[in-house]
Ligand binder design. Structure first.
Ligand code: DGJ
Length: 735
């Protein structure tokens, strides 16, 4: 760790190279990745200045910035002294003073195997109050994480009224923002809009599931209307599991100003003497290869540094929910396990309905909190099922919803004070008319939630996978644990408790696979993925609607995180009937699984799924670890959607083509591929081949440049069995 200058010292004139990633050049700080630079000016006794974030700059260019007309903006604006626009932080000092005047006190750099960090300590000119602003640059991926640590060094409590993770300005122009919006069964819908005067607020206040409604990730296209494979794009993702806001403010300055952090609404925090608060990271990236380029940066960073087991292939599974819902019983589980094993699957997950003693879980109106097996349904318990899975040669997984209870449960009878609810008010109940959220700000509740996983894993070490669900919001504000003057901290303390529990689980069970499910895709968030391997994209498994949802979700999250299952028709949510091939071809673009009752399938359908699973296995490394190139967006209404994954060494690729409308005489565009090596030849092998519809180019080779400049003509014709939903998946193999 290097401390580069101290309070009161004049700005250092010397040029000091701390490391390749973080450089201190006079009063300039360069936070670099291979292709990105974030440049600050840190003059002791002055406010921290933001100069640039975008393409990587040379030292000479950084030096020349001052002559390029670039004026520093306050990199972490504070309320109350000179800052008349928006602020990143606002506090009330013990004497009632509501202002801050933060200036640079010192700069510290640090280095680890994967990252370099710059920490700039800002101190109030009058009060013993500091904000440490961190910038962490990754050595192997284009990503910088930034966050703050807010420290009360004074003698009395300070109240934090706003405490953003970061401020990021970008110059006005024809600037567009892409972000995700949605709801249950329609998650991850892409919204693209030009930035106009005013404030664009992206926020979530669910309390628990923070990627329903809006997502905490955005793309900023700096060169006009967003384009997939060209143009300058900034991507930003707030890595937080709770309530947040991302505000982009466009007013009378030459900059759009992004403020991102925990939602301060109804959430003031008090820092006692000597206490500090760490804000969640905002991860930022820049790409000059369009939206897909920024996505590739997110995906590489996620796999290498941000998600659980980012380097581990995901298993192909059958989840029991849409197959049997609450109707769990031993012979049924045995049959489903046998069926998925016979199709080549590797894991079976028993969903909701397996637990409850005094109150058996027959539907969603009872039993959450009573994590004991229902012996009427499963006489041989969970152990018997683990053994059955072993017999079938597959792994076993189990569903829990540990942060929740039903008021109809033994847990609630014993600990009515463990739930979140405003004191003295009627209990607000959610799903099933009796669901409530447990108060994770309470350490006793944290111990209990940890014990749910710990007991299962101790009793049945053979459990390989946990589906961790969460189906309710914080709908009444109140904690029996927090003192009266700390009730405003509930939303934040809940997520600190959640993090503490997850840390304990991961410390003890590092190998366990855990899926984040939250009423479908309510936890597709980098705030939870450090502990979770993947998320359930949506309870809506309709293949057509999934194309739209998975398209948007892929902006920020890699395919290994996106659980994508083949389900039955008519679809259980939208009742659409699509061909099995179409459903398979969509599911194969994410982490493949199944969500149906195999015994209801015909022998032909079973054979088709068996073949598809074998095909998926043959390309799994490319799909799960390849680079994404989105080609034709479903949101462009061209009748087709198409994307591909290209292996890191470009020796293999998987190309997806889905027809998304069903209109006669609509003419589909020819799709040009991307990301291939122009100088290599690629042989085309179709996957999930439908009988009787060979492609003219099956087994033929084409140069990468032909495939990228000209493209293949995909037959999109109609037939009775395709019902308008033609689709193709191609494996490209370099020769
Ligand atoms: C909501 C989830 O999204 C579903 O996949 C399923 O696990 C149900 N909960 C079970 O109650």
């Amino acid at each position: 760790m290097k401390k580069l200058f101290l309070a009161g010292a004049a700005a250092l004139a010397l040029s000091l190279c701390a490391s390749a990633q973080v450089k201190v050049l006079g009063d300039r700080i360069a936070v670099n990745t291979a292709n990105n630079s974030l440049i600050l000016s840190a003059r002791s006794g002055s406010s921290l200045g933001f100069l640039h974030f975008g393409a990587r700059l040379s030292d000479a260019d950084i030096e020349a910035l001052q002559f390029a007309g670039v004026r520093p903006l306050n990199a972490y604006p504070a309320y109350g002294q000179g800052e008349i626009r928006e602020d990143a932080i606002a506090v009330t000092h013990p004497d009632g003073n509501m202002s801050l005047d933060l200036v640079v006190e010192n700069v510290i750099t640090d280095s680890s195997r994967d990252t370099d960090i710059a920490c700039i300590t800002l101190k109030d000119k009058v009060y013993d109050f500091r904000v440490k602003v961190y910038y962490k640059a990754f050595k192997d991926v284009d990503m910088i994480e930034t966050w703050t640590e807010i420290v009360n060094d004074g003698k009395k409590p300070v109240v934090l009224r706003k405490f953003d993770s970061a401020f990021l300005p970008f110059h006005t122009g024809d600037v567009w923002v892409s972000h995700l919006y949605g709801t249950w069964a329609n998650e991850g819908r892409l919204v693209e809009e030009p930035l106009q005067r005013g404030t664009l607020r992206i926020e979530n206040k669910d309390g628990v599931r923070n990627s329903h409604t809006s997502h905490a990730e955005i793309m900023i296209s700096l060169d006009g209307k967003p384009s997939e494979n060209t143009g300058s794009v900034i991507g930003a993702a707030l890595c937080y599991s709770g309530n947040y806001h991302l505000d982009i403010i466009t007013n009378d300055t030459d900059y759009h100003r992004l403020f991102a952090g925990i939602s301060p609404d109804n959430s003031t925090l008090t820092l006692d003497k000597g206490e500090s608060f760490r804000t969640p990271e905002l991860a930022i990236t820049f790409s000059d290869e369009g939206l897909s380029g920024a996505s590739r940066n997110f995906h590489r960073w996620a796999r290498a540094h941000k998600i659980a087991h980012g380097d581990r292939e995901r298993k192909i599974l059958l989840n029991s929910w849409e197959g049997v819902y609450f109707n769990i019983n031993e012979p049924g589980m045995d049959q489903m396990m046998g069926d998925i094993a016979s199709m080549g699957g590797e894991l079976f997950v028993m969903d909701d309905g397996w637990f409850g003693d005094k109150y058996p879980r027959l539907n969603d109106s009872s039993s959450l909190g009573d994590w004991v097996v229902d012996k009427n349904k499963l006489p041989n318990g969970v152990g018997g099922l683990v053994e059955t899975a072993r017999k079938h040669g597959i792994s076993f997984g189990i569903w829990i919803e540990p942060e929740m209870a039903n008021t109809v449960s033994e847990l609630y009878e014993k600990h009515p004070d463990w739930i979140i609810n405003a004191p003295g008010r009627d209990v607000v109940k959610g799903r099933g008319g009796s669901q409530v959220v447990l108060d994770l700000s309470n350490p006793a509740v944290q111990d209990y939630v940890f014990s749910i996983v710990d007991n299962l894993m101790t009793d049945y070490p053979g459990i390989d996978y946990i589906k961790w669900d969460a189906n309710m919001s914080v709908s009444s504000h109140g904690s029996s644990y927090l003192p009266a003057d700390r009730q405003s901290e509930l939303n934040i303390r809940y997520h600190q408790g959640f993090a503490a529990v997850c840390d304990r689980i991961r410390a003890k069970y590092p190998d366990l696979t855990i899926q984040a499910c939250a009423s479908g895709g309510g936890r597709a968030s980098y705030g939870v993925l450090p502990w979770f391997d993947e998320f359930w994209v949506s309870d809506n498994t309709d293949a057509l609607q999934r194309i739209y949802m998975q398209w948007g979700t892929s902006y920020f999250f890699p395919s290994i995180t996106m659980a994508s299952h083949i389900s039955a028709v008519p679809n259980h949510t939208v009742y659409r009937v699509t061909p099995l091939k179409f459903r398979i071809d969509v599911a194969m673009s994410g982490r493949l699984g199944m969500e149906l009752q195999p015994k209801d399938m015909t022998p032909e359908e079973i054979a088709q799924c068996k073949q598809a699973i074998a095909d998926y296995k043959s390309v799994r490394p490319v799909v799960q670890f390849g680079d994404i190139y989105r080609l034709v967006s479903p949101y462009d209404n061209l009748g087709v959607a198409s994307m591909m994954y290209v292996g890191q060494d470009k020796s293999e690729a998987v190309f997806y083509w889905w027809r998304i409308d069903n209109m006669y005489d609509s003419h589909l565009p020819r799709v040009k591929m991307a990301g291939l090596d122009p100088d290599r030849n690629y042989r085309i092998v179709e996957l999930d081949k439908a009988p009787g519809r060979p492609l003219s180019f099956e087994g033929r080779s084409f140069s990468g440049s032909f495939l990228m400049d000209v493209g293949l003509e995909m037959p999109g014709g109609f037939s009775r069995d395709l019902q308008g939903y033609a689709s193709r998946v191609l494996h490209l193999i370099a020769e």
